[in-house]
Design a protein around this ligand. Structure first.
Ligand SMILES: Nc1ncnc2c1ncn2[C@@H]1O[C@H](COP(=O)(O)OP(=O)(O)OP(=O)(O)O)[C@@H](O)[C@H]1O
Length: 235
């Protein structure tokens, strides 16, 4: 499976944030999306998740040499600022999510199995989400996306608020999850991108550019990425 973006454009009033995003993502890989502050990473994710209307271009899935539209169950999106229904407990939220997506979720498991998998403790499962910490809300958002098993998973700086143990667990989980799906992971933490991601993609001047590792060692590759990021006109 490939996720193809062609000539995607987005501007806010006169400001052209995404000028010509053309890129093809392949399944089985984690893509690290890097870009300076304000480069447009969140805008790109919002367009792909159809939370924002694009001004031009299109995106689609290519499978067995056939193109098809991206439907909502293809796409999962974990926001940097987690958004969960605060008035529900974690268990109620998970139950509700599974019920409304029953048709598209494969191999539905008992709720506690999901909590176990995510290391959410027994005592927290029936707590209101409004009493969850930022990192725990993030974990819940990630859990919902693990349950849904979308073909394309967009992660907007999801690990920054997690403690080191949870972040490590999550990294391992993403490495398992990447099989047969595309994960696009935005982060400002270069080490994380290099450690976790199979490909590094930079959002530069409103375009996506893959940074080829060639035969570079880790330090040289890092320098090449920083150089490419410096070339970004600072917005
Ligand atoms: N709703 C909006 N209305 C007007 N301008 C916006 C809107 N959303 C984003 N922008 C502008 O678009 C540009 C890209 O913002 P975006 O949040 O996508 O960048 P980013 O790469 O995610 O940044 P960061 O790394 O700092 O989170 C910024 O200049 C921002 O001010």
């Amino acid at each position: 499976m490939e996720f193809v973006i062609e000539s995607l454009e987005k501007k806010f009033e006169k400001k052209e944030v995404l000028k010509d995003i053309t890129f093809s993502f392949e399944s089985g890989k984690i893509y690290g999306l890097l870009g300076r502050n304000g480069a447009g990473k969140t805008t790109l994710f919002n367009c792909l998740n159809r939370d924002l209307k694009m001004d031009g271009g299109r995106f689609f899935i290519r499978e067995d040499e056939r193109e098809r539209d991206v439907i909502s169950s293809d796409m999962g999106y974990v926001l940097s600022t987690p958004s969960v229904p605060e008035f529900l407990t974690a268990r109620e939220f998970l139950k509700f999510f599974i019920e409304i997506n029953e048709k598209s979720i494969k191999n539905i498991r008992p709720l506690d199995e999901y909590f176990e998998f995510m290391n959410i403790e027994h005592g927290d499962r029936d707590k209101l989400l409004k009493d969850y910490s930022h990192g725990m809300k993030n974990k819940m958002q990630m859990l919902i996306n693990i349950v849904a098993q979308p073909n394309i998973l967009l992660l907007d700086e999801p690990l920054t608020s997690l403690d080191v143990v949870v972040a490590e667990e999550m990294k391992q989980m993403l490495k398992t999850l990447k099989k047969q799906r595309i994960i696009i992971f935005s982060t400002h933490i270069m080490e994380l991108a290099l450690d976790l991601c199979d490909e590094i993609v930079i959002l530069n001047h409103g375009k996506l550019e893959e940074i080829d590792k060639e035969n570079l060692n880790q330090t040289e590759f890092k320098d090449k990425i920083i150089q490419a990021l410096k070339e970004e006109e600072h917005v």
